[in-house]
Design a protein around this ligand. Structure first.
Ligand code: HEM
Length: 126
């Protein structure tokens, strides 16, 4: 498996473990106020990033491109900014809003770069 796929899937499984623990804590405390943060961590962090990892595994030439590495970091940094911003916002902190907006836009950019990786020219092997 290409290294970039390992990174996508390896980090995704960490996000889902954190997300599941968060889900169990929500259930135990009967406080579901952070449910949207839990949902986005699981659906972007686990489902979306793991899918990207499997895509690159199926397309090794694209996995070897610099774009794949850039896309990994843009998507990762977007998630790292978006989820804490979402938690702050859901907790009622006004400071969370610009953070969640910035994180969401970076996360969107990561997905646009993924689309470019899919539809763009496959780099030829040197
Ligand atoms: C141990 C595993 C998990 C536990 C204990 C758990 C627990 C929960 C709880 C307690 C809620 C809130 C329910 C409510 O508001 O009434 C929730 C919502 C949700 N969970 Fe999970 N969850 C788990 C895994 C996952 C995974 C793997 C995903 C997605 C891949 C996911 C996606 C969602 C979504 C989309 C919602 C709805 C959020 C909303 O209404 O804003 N969960 N989960």
């Amino acid at each position: 498996m290409p290294k970039i796929s390992q990174w996508f899937i390896g980090t995704a499984v960490i996000y889902v473990i954190v997300g599941m623990i968060g889900g169990i804590i929500m259930g135990a405390q009967q406080d579901f106020s952070l449910a949207p943060a839990h949902a986005h961590l699981n659906l972007i962090g686990w489902v979306s990033l793991a899918l990207m990892g499997f895509y690159y595994n199926a397309n090794p030439a694209k996995a070897a491109s610099r774009l794949a590495t850039i896309q990994f970091w843009v998507s990762t940094i977007g998630l790292w900014i978006m989820i804490p911003g979402l938690v702050l916002t859901l907790r009622g902190a006004p400071s969370g809003e610009p953070i969640v907006i910035a994180g969401s836009i970076i996360t969107l950019l990561g997905m646009v770069l993924f689309a470019v990786a899919i539809f763009g020219r496959t780099p030829s092997r040197a």
